[in-house]
Design a binder for this molecule. Structure first.
Ligand code: AMP
Ligand code: ZN
Length: 487
């Protein structure tokens, strides 16, 4: 098997990938915090690791792929509240109802985008005991301290022997500055220390007994504990979005070192961000688009609905480590490319074979593998697949010839890369075409309603809204225009 090179964000170099145990791979990817619907940016990250997982499987590796669900402990950016508990209080629901609702949404969306489920999907709340044990070990090793029922990791003490900042290359003083700005609490010895366990305030709903207080674990700890439990003290690959490098992954390394005295991960991989309007797509700033708005065509920035496979193709056309900008034009271009590729694949069934080949299928196939072996370079792979499509057309037009053996190789390779590795699907187009027609009609009515309102014809404007609602189509007026949801 050819070598695979992976860009290791820990060493900032492309390295030849050597799994700890030949033929098997342990991979951990940070999962979502299930307090809101996933947006397309989140999907990009999970889809990138899905493509990586799929490629390893295609090569015949036995992969244990662990991706967690964060269902407790993730505090808001100003460190004041727990995201899930806050949402539960606002919506007057049990925290576990919030968790269930958004876990189901997450699974549905990833299935829609043809992402394979991981081998294990552990939850933070399912591993409270293991987290308490890890905290005790860190305290016993002299690297954490207890204040008022909370436990903090002692970053300065850790830094005497180890290197806090090894991954993100942050200088500790920098980190101090940044944390100070965010952090109002005075319990910590130093502002850069982070919580392993927090004592629960009376209004905090999710709480567990521990030797230090009734409280809840800090967010970073779950990933250390669950990756160790399911993949061992040292494993091959740890992934996540670039924005998790600091502090989350830096803290994961520190915690694992403090518990087990060894570096937990051989290859750190970070995916780049999906942008909207030139800025990172993010739920908290409101600069985000939901997957359903794309396949239903219900967001005003889109001229039509785009199928999950077109969107997946759009994402795969960029390297996972490049920033990618979402726009209507980019999706239209991706749709054109995707359709062209699918049409050539259909033609594969009708090609005539000859005694000789005028194209070098083996060399072309090697180029496809070379692209993927070079840090999963899907844009180059796709360029090669288009070259394959060109061969198909030339053979069809009888300008080139192919033997039956080479044709089988061409077919197998295209099918393997397009469907198994890139995870594209033929079948999602029809459903999207229907959505597209519906979106066209609803958007026409939205436009008529806007005109009615401009003419102060409130009766007509209300009629449009109410009659759509009777069909379970709900209009929502916002800053950017009117969107709709189909219930
Ligand atoms: P969260 O639920 O916020 O922890 O996010 C889940 C995953 O999505 C993490 O790996 C994030 O790094 C990733 N993510 C968040 N926003 C974006 C974005 N705009 N583009 C790509 N990945 C993102
Ligand atoms: Zn994590």
């Amino acid at each position: 098997m050819d070598d695979i090179k992976i860009y290791n964000t820990l060493t900032k170099t492309k390295e030849i990938f050597k799994p700890i145990t030949k033929g098997t791979i342990g991979m951990y990817v940070c999962g979502p915090t299930v307090y809101s619907n996933v947006h397309l940016g989140n999907v990009r990250t999970f889809m990138s690791f899905d493509m990586i997982y799929r490629y390893f499987l295609h090569l015949g590796y036995k992969v244990r792929y662990v991706r967690n669900i964060t269902d407790a402990g993730h505090l808001t950016d100003d460190n004041s509240e727990d995201k899930i508990s806050t949402k539960a209080r606002l919506e007057k629901l049990e925290p576990m109802e919030i968790v269930q609702k958004y876990t189901v949404d997450f699974h549905n969306i990833l299935k829609t985008y043809n992402c394979l489920p991981p081998s294990i999907e552990p939850t933070a709340t399912g591993h409270i005991l293991e987290q308490i044990e890890a905290i005790q070990t860190i305290i016993d090793n002299g690297l954490a301290y207890v204040v008022n029922g909370s436990v903090y990791f002692d970053v300065l003490k850790y830094n005497e022997k180890e290197n806090y900042g090894i991954l993100s290359k942050r200088i500790i003083e920098d980190a101090i500055e940044n944390t100070r700005a965010l952090d109002g609490q005075s319990d910590k010895k130093n502002p850069q220390d982070f919580a392993l366990w927090k004592k629960a305030e009376p209004e905090h709903i999710q709480r567990w007994k521990s030797p230090w207080s009734v409280g809840f674990p800090g967010w970073h700890l779950e990933c250390t504990v669950m990756s160790t439990k399911y993949l061992g003290e040292q494993f091959d690959i740890h992934g996540g979005g670039m924005d998790l490098k600091f502090p989350h992954h830096e803290c994961e390394i520190a915690q694992a070192q403090a518990c087990n005295h060894k570096a937990p991960v051989n290859y750190w991989m970070h995916t780049n961000m999906l942008n909207l309007n030139g800025k990172k797509m993010s739920k908290s700033t409101g600069n985000s688009i939901l997957p359903s708005e794309i396949y239903e065509g219900s967001n005003p920035i889109l001229s039509k609905a785009f199928s999950p496979s077109v969107t997946r193709f759009f994402i795969m056309q960029a390297h996972y480590s490049s920033v990618l900008d979402l726009s209507n034009d980019a999706l239209l271009a991706a749709e054109k490319g995707f359709t062209k590729l699918m049409e050539s694949i259909k033609e594969l069934e009708n090609l005539k074979t000859s005694k000789t080949s005028t194209i070098d299928v083996k060399e072309w196939k090697q180029r496809c593998y070379d692209a993927m072996n070079d840090d999963f370079n899907t844009p180059i792979l796709i360029a090669n697949l288009f070259e394959g499509a060109k061969y198909i057309n030339l053979i069809k037009e009888e300008k080139d010839t192919i033997t039956s053996e080479d044709l089988q190789d061409l077919k197998n390779t295209i099918n393997a890369f397009v469907f198994d590795v890139l995870g594209l699907e033929k079948s999602t187009q029809n459903a999207t075409d229907k959505n597209d027609k519906l979106a066209g009609v609803v958007n026409m009515l939205i436009k008529m309603r806007k005109e009615a309102r401009e003419n102060k014809d409130w009766a007509l404007s209300d009629k449009i809204r109410d009659e759509l609602l009777a069909l379970n189509i709900q209009l929502k007026d916002g800053k950017e225009g009117t969107t709709f949801t189909v219930n």
